[in-house]
Structures are given as structure tokens and as C-alpha cells.
Design a protein around this ligand. Structure first.
Ligand SMILES: Nc1ncnc2c1ncn2[C@@H]1O[C@H](COP(=O)(O)OP(=O)(O)O)[C@@H](O)[C@H]1O
Ligand SMILES: [Mg+2]
Length: 324
């Protein structure tokens, strides 16, 4: 693939720039910014003003719609743009009730909807503006673009791309790997760094064998909740994922400290999580009830000194709707 050497400075060129450059960014990213057009990421919902609209009205529009720049139009033609800075000046110097046409900047830098996103990135790098109007071939205003639109658009595309790469990888891996089998994951107490790894692997394995996504989702929820409980409540234990032809059985087993009242622990909202654990975003008391809800069969037994064992069974041919 040919990549033009557009001087995208990125990284340290100021806060409005996007950290991508033609020298060090991975090819996947570069391909994306050349393949994606501005029209794919720009914001099409336009809030515009007419030449007689006052700066005050524009200020109110900006506040109401949480935007920082308003194009001034006549029909579909753009004549100028009023930015938040213009409004601040107007407030400062007392001409906020003047019509937009008197103060708008007419010195416009405009992008075209068919240009690649790389072009827009280089524009944000080169110019101090935080947004650019976008026109089509007929010179009609069709959208506005900000760095945020670009990062959001890139993230959406990147998700797709990474998903595709992951699928390709698992496809080739799964050629000789059968779904059936058993895996164990050791789970350590308070090891938040690795928390979620077992459930992620379970998810991946189901995915690579074409199990329907709602089923995968349920299995991932059950596995994740049981895994997190081992991390935050137990002294350590293991997650065992047992894959069968028609179902998966996920078991969480630990050797203590056990649950005194299992029925109570299964109640929505019940938690013994400490404030510290809660500050980390865990401990809503919904884990066990949710794990049960997404399972076709769910059992939990616990002995105060011996520990806890919970098992979730999920069939691939679902007899339950996606309960999450
Ligand atoms: N493996 C376990 N060992 C000891 N206690 C547990 C274990 N799993 C769950 N519990 C207890 O059950 C309660 C409810 O669990 P859960 O519904 O997942 O909510 P949360 O994890 O948000 O507290 C926990 O607060 C804890 O007291
Ligand atoms: Mg929990």
C-alpha cells in the first residue's frame, strides 16, 4: 500500500492533535486514516445560524447543544463561522447583541467530505482551529468535524479491525483445536491485574468455535462474576471451564473463608465488600444473582471453613433468552 508522507506531527504538537504519525504508527492505523473518508466520521447534525442571528442567540445555542462553533449559512452555503472565542470577545467588549454577519470569521478553512481522514488530522495539526466545516462536491455544508469525531470514528473502525484480526487468528488456531476439553485457571486473592483473564479466555474459545454471541455473553458474565468473587472474597482458588459439545460448565472453587449464609449472599444488593474494594468499582452485590440469572443451571455450596464451590451450566442451544 502506498502511504503519502503527510507530515502529521502528532504526539507533542498541542492538545488538539491526534497522536498518529506516518513514521511510527502501525500500518493498520495508517491504512485506516487513508481509507476512512471525512464523511464517515464527521458530525452530520448541524446547528447553524443565519446572518441576522445575534451572537447572543448563538451563545445560547452553543450552551444548549454543547458545541463550541456555529457555522453561519445562507441556504446550504457557509459564509462564516462563530466560535466560542468570538462569543467570549463579544461578551467582553459588549457587542453580544450584534448580528453574526458582523463578527463571524470569514476566513474559512474548509474540508471536503470525500477527503481521507488523514487530511483532517493534518489540518488539525497545521491550524489552530478546533473544528472545520465540511462541504460536499456541490459546495453545500454537510457536516462539521472535530478531533473528537475523528478519534471516535477511528475507535469504531479499530474495534472492527481488531475483531477481524482476532477472528483470523482464532480461525487458524482452531483448525486443530477441538472445543471439547477442560481448562483450569488459578485465581489469586486480590490480584486485580489478572482479574477477568479466565473469563476472557472462555469467551475467546467459545467465539472461535462459532457459539452464538448471546450464549457467549452469558457464559462470560457467569465466568467473570465467579472469577471476580474469587479475587475479592476468597483466599484464592480456581476457575475450571469444562467445554462439552453442547454446553459449558464453569466452576469456581476456593478453600476459604466460605459463605456463612448462602441464601443471603444470593440476594440482589447484598455485599460484604469493604469500602476499599468498592472504591475499585466492585461490590455492588449483583454478582451471584446475575451469574444465576444468565445460567441454565446454577449451584452454589459453601462451608465456613472448607470454602465455596459454585457451578454455572450454560447450553449452547439456549433455552433462556439473553437475561443480562
Ligand atoms: N468465593 C466466595 N468466598 C467468600 N464469600 C463469597 C464468595 N463469593 C461471594 N461471596 C459473598 O457473597 C456476597 C455476594 O456476592 P456477589 O453477589 O457477587 O456480590 P459482590 O461480589 O458485589 O459483593 C459477597 O459480598 C461475599 O460476602
Ligand atoms: Mg461479586
Amino acid at each position: 500500500m502506498f502511504i503519502a508522507n503527510i507530515p502529521l506531527r502528532g504526539y507533542n504538537a498541542g492538545m488538539q492533535t491526534i497522536p498518529i504519525n506516518t513514521y511510527t504508527s502501525p500500518t493498520v492505523i495508517l491504512e485506516l486514516i487513508y481509507r476512512l473518508k471525512i464523511k464517515h466520521v464527521m458530525c452530520r447534525k448541524l446547528y447553524t445560524a443565519g446572518t441576522n442571528t445575534t451572537l447572543r442567540e448563538i451563545q445560547l445555542l452553543m450552551r444548549e447543544k454543547s458545541i463550541t462553533g456555529v457555522p453561519v449559512v445562507e441556504g446550504k452555503r457557509i459564509l462564516g463561522i462563530v466560535s466560542m472565542d468570538d462569543i467570549i470577545c463579544a461578551l467582553d467588549q459588549g457587542y453580544i447583541n450584534d448580528p453574526a454577519s458582523k463578527w463571524m470569521s470569514r476566513n474559512l478553512i474548509i474540508l471536503e467530505d470525500d477527503m481521507p481522514v488523514s487530511f483532517a488530522i493534518s489540518y488539525f495539526d497545521k491550524h489552530k482551529y478546533r473544528r472545520f466545516p465540511v462541504i460536499n462536491k456541490d459546495k453545500e455544508l454537510v457536516g462539521m468535524i472535530t478531533t473528537r469525531d475523528i478519534t471516535t470514528g477511528l475507535l469504531v473502525e479499530l474495534n472492527r479491525e481488531v475483531d477481524r484480526i482476532e477472528r483470523m487468528k482464532t480461525d487458524t488456531q482452531s483448525e486443530d483445536t477441538r472445543l471439547e476439553g477442560l481448562r483450569r485457571y488459578e485465581i489469586m486473592k486480590h490480584n486485580f491485574e489478572k482479574a477477568g483473564l479466565a473469563s476472557m479466555e472462555i469467551k475467546k474459545r467459545l467465539k472461535s468455535h462459532g457459539i452464538p454471541s448471546p450464549v457467549i455473553r452469558r457464559a462470560a458474565i457467569a465466568a467473570y462474576e465467579l472469577e471476580i468473587n474469587l479475587v475479592i472474597h476468597s483466599d484464592g482458588g480456581e476457575i475450571i471451564s469444562h467445554f462439552f459439545e453442547d454446553r459449558i460448565e464453569i466452576t469456581a472453587r476456593d478453600s476459604g473463608p466460605g459463605i456463612a449464609d448462602v441464601e443471603l449472599a444470593m440476594t440482589e444488593g447484598y455485599t460484604t465488600a469493604t469500602p476499599w474494594i468498592r472504591s475499585l468499582g466492585f461490590g455492588a452485590g449483583m454478582g451471584l444473582p446475575n451469574a444465576k440469572k444468565v445460567s441454565d443451571e446454577f449451584t452454589i455450596t459453601s462451608h465456613p471453613h472448607k470454602g465455596t464451590e459454585a457451578t454455572s451450566i450454560i447450553w449452547y442451544q439456549p433455552n433462556k433468552e439473553d437475561a443480562s
